[in-house]
Ligand binder design. Structure first.
Ligand code: ZN
Length: 101
């Protein structure tokens, strides 16, 4: 899996109930929206305390952001953007020219 970003944040970890640096990674994730596969950057928090296994968790707020990101990717990929209204070009009027018979 591709890791797009990796940073750390000091916070109260909900996994082990301690305050420590939690790894925050962004990785490629796959989901299905409206029957279409969408690949989007998902943010995941990882509790990586010494002598313990890695535990992933996603705070509710981040989960919402992930969903919003996935939806955006879906729209980018599968939903036609609303085209900006094209400038009305001045169309030359080809009126019936008075053509000689
Ligand atoms: Zn922890």
């Amino acid at each position: 899996m591709k890791i797009l970003e990796n940073k750390q944040l000091l916070m109260d970890c909900p996994v082990c109930d301690k305050k420590h640096y939690v790894h925050i990674i962004k990785r490629e994730a796959k989901t299905v929206i409206e029957g279409k596969e969408v690949i989007y950057p998902e943010t995941v928090y990882i509790c990586k305390m010494e002598n313990s296994k890695e535990d992933e968790f996603i705070p509710a707020k981040v989960m919402d952001e992930n969903l919003a990101t996935a939806k955006k990717e879906y729209e980018k990929r599968y939903v036609k953007k609303k085209e900006e209204p094209e400038k009305e070009e001045e169309v030359e009027q080809h009126g019936e020219s008075e053509s000689p018979e």
